[in-house]
Every structure is written in C-alpha cells, then in structure tokens.
Design a protein around this ligand. Structure first.
Ligand code: SAH
Length: 344
C-alpha cells in the first residue's frame, strides 16, 4: 500500500522530484493531504500530476459511522482493507481532544480491556494514525491552518509503544511546523508500561506527556490484571518513568482504573502513594467501564481512594467518563460493530 500520509514533507519532496515535478508541488500535496481535501477536489495540482497520483492512496481511512454524545463524538473508521477501528473526540472547556488508535486490536491482554479480547490484528501505519486526525479535523470543519483539534491522546485501541516506529513518525509529522504544528505539551502517550521503550522515547521524542496505565502498585496484583507486568516488574517500570520525568522535566500521569475488590482499598492507595514518592506526577483515577466479556465491576470506593491520596499531597482527579453513554471506551464500539456484521 502506497499511502501518501505515510511520508513526511522531506520524503514527499524527494518523491515528487523523482517524478520530474517541481519541488513546491510536494508542499501543495502535503497541505491538501493534511486538510483532508480529496485528490479529485484538488484545484492546485496540474491534471497530469493528479493522474500520476492515482497510483497512491490519498485518504487511507474513512469515517464510517458517528455517534453523538453530550460532549463527545465517537467514530468508527474503515481502513483500506475493511478493518475497523474506533476513536473519540471530547469537547472540553479548553478545546477538543482527539483520542487516536495505534493498532487494530492489541496483544497486551489487560484483563479489563475490550480492545485486546481478540488479540492483535495488525499495526496501523503512520498515515493511518495521522488519517484519524485529518478525518476528524475535517469533520469539525477544520483544515491544516485552521485546526479544530487542540489535544491528541494516544489512548485508543492498541499499545503505542508496541508500534514504536510508526508512532514516532506520526508524532514527528503531527508536530511539524509546516503541518499541523501541534505542541508536544498537548500530546499524551498512554502505555501499559513497556519500560525499555520508555527509555527510548525519552531519547527519541521527549516532551510529550507520558501516561502510565498502572492499575495496581503491587507487583502480584498488577501481574494478575496486566500480563506486561511479567516482563517489566513495577520496580523496572518505575525506574524508566523516573528517568523520563527527570530527562524531560515533565510531570508524568498515572492512570488507575478502580476495580471492585481488586485494587480499590486504602491499602492499595497507600502503596500507590509510596511508589510514586519523589516523582512529579498526576494521578488520574478512572471509573471502570463495564465490559460484558470481562465481568469486572466498577469500584464503590473511588471518592475515599481519592481523598486518601489528596490528603497525602498527591495531585489527583477522577476522570469524567465522557462518551461512556455511547460506549466511548476501549474497543467496545468496534466489537459491537463486528458482532452486528456477523449477526447480519
Ligand atoms: N495500551 C495503552 C493505551 C490504550 S488503553 C495503555 O494501556 O495505556 C487507554 C486507557 O484505558 C488505559 O489506561 C487502559 O488501561 C484504560 N482502559 C482499558 N479498558 C478499560 C475499561 N474497561 N475501563 C476503564 N479504563 C479502561
């Protein structure tokens, strides 16, 4: 698949020159691609070049269905090979945050998550991740200059650090000043904790907000709900997080989904306080989204858990469950769609 959104501007320029065209055409193509202007709608490119470009994939991802919630819109996208992924844009006071997927499915196997129920189908290419930003920005009436999305979170389906090279290239294009020109501080990358890739990220692309899906501060409990903890234990993970925090000077975020009778007691909160000691961080408590296949229940102890951590001086919020009324979470919408297609 020759997807044009997989190329950065330099690569596009090289390609265009190889096609015996003037270099400035690459910038015109880049502008159209990022604005979501289709090839046949393009009025700046000469006819012969448009014809040569028919050999390339111009929009690798199409919005297939939308679901409107109170302060969020949920999307199902279709990829060129008919795979389906999902995303959500949340309308906040400070702007619009788009949550992007990085893989079709996921192989991390977290016990509470719907994205990983069928394992990993495939990685998304850089252009397919970027295509989500392009499609939703256009949906909101934006283009490359007049951007309607202010924040990006890599928290959709998939594990971003398990698709490392494509994700780094996506981040580079996202922050390119000739393109969308996102600021690094408005981008969050959420990981289940692949420690060696966290060190690599600190070298390759620091400055974005690192978000760690922790979910338990006890190694034995974490191992039970997150298989990745067998490979990187809590000490190893926390060392890599501390390194990222020190190297980049950025506060890290810990995500902690509260599950009834699993990780929601004051003993759990105390341990969470202890292991985050000395790390500039914010703790985001997430009410569990019920996933039928998983059978786990939301905690009834969230307020007390928060109160304890606040009393101990931690910065803590409880995540508003935006979009849950439209199954806004974690692979549930995609599964619903696949099931409907199978039942037809
Ligand atoms: N693989 C990455 C990003 C995708 S998941 C990661 O693990 O961080 C995004 C966030 O949603 C993670 O914190 C994940 O643990 C959480 N999550 C997954 N399933 C959930 C559920 N059923 N309820 C609440 N949060 C969930």
């Amino acid at each position: 698949m020759n997807i044009l959104l997989d190329y950065n501007l330099n690569e596009l320029e090289k390609k265009i020159v190889e096609m015996n065209e003037s270099k400035f055409r690459a910038k015109q193509i880049y502008n159209s691609l990022l604005s979501g202007i289709e090839l046949d709608e393009n009025t700046t490119l000469p006819k012969h070049l448009k014809e040569s470009l028919l050999n390339y994939v111009w929009s690798p991802i199409k919005i297939y269905k939308t679901y409107e919630g109170d302060s969020a819109t949920k999307f199902l996208y279709k990829l060129y090979d008919d795979n389906i992924i999902e995303g959500i844009v949340m309308y906040n006071r400070y702007g619009n945050t788009l949550c992007v997927s990085t893989q079709v499915g996921c192989r991390m196997g977290c016990k509470f998550c719907a994205s990983t129920l069928d394992g990993l189908v495939r990685n998304l290419s850089c252009g397919e991740i970027l295509g989500q930003v392009v499609a939703v920005n256009k949906f909101l009436g934006g283009d490359i200059k007049n951007r309607k999305i202010t924040n990006i979170v890599l928290m959709g389906s998939g594990e971003p650090l398990d698709n490392y090279d494509n994700v780094i290239k996506f981040l580079e294009i996202l922050t390119d000043e000739n393109g969308f020109n996102f600021s690094r501080r408005n981008i969050s990358l959420s990981t289940c904790g692949i420690a060696d890739k966290i060190y690599k990220l600190a070298e390759d692309f620091s400055g974005i907000i690192l978000t760690i899906s922790l979910h338990s501060a006890f190694q034995n409990k974490r191992q039970e709900i997150m298989p990745i903890a067998n490979k990187y234990d809590i000490d190893t993970l926390m060392k890599s997080v501390k390194h990222y925090e020190q190297k980049t000077g950025r506060r890290v975020v810990f995500e902690y989904t509260l599950i009834n009778d699993v990780n929601d007691t004051i003993v759990d909160a105390k341990k969470l306080y202890e292991i985050t000691y000395g790390i500039r961080c914010h703790i985001n408590l997430i009410p569990l989204n019920y996933v039928k296949e998983r059978g786990l229940k939301n905690s009834t102890n969230i307020e007390k858990f928060k109160e304890y951590l606040c009393k101990m001086g931690r910065s803590v919020t409880i995540r508003k469950s935006l979009g849950s009324e439209i199954e806004g979470a974690c692979g549930q919408l995609r599964r619903k769609q696949l099931k409907e297609e199978n039942d037809e």
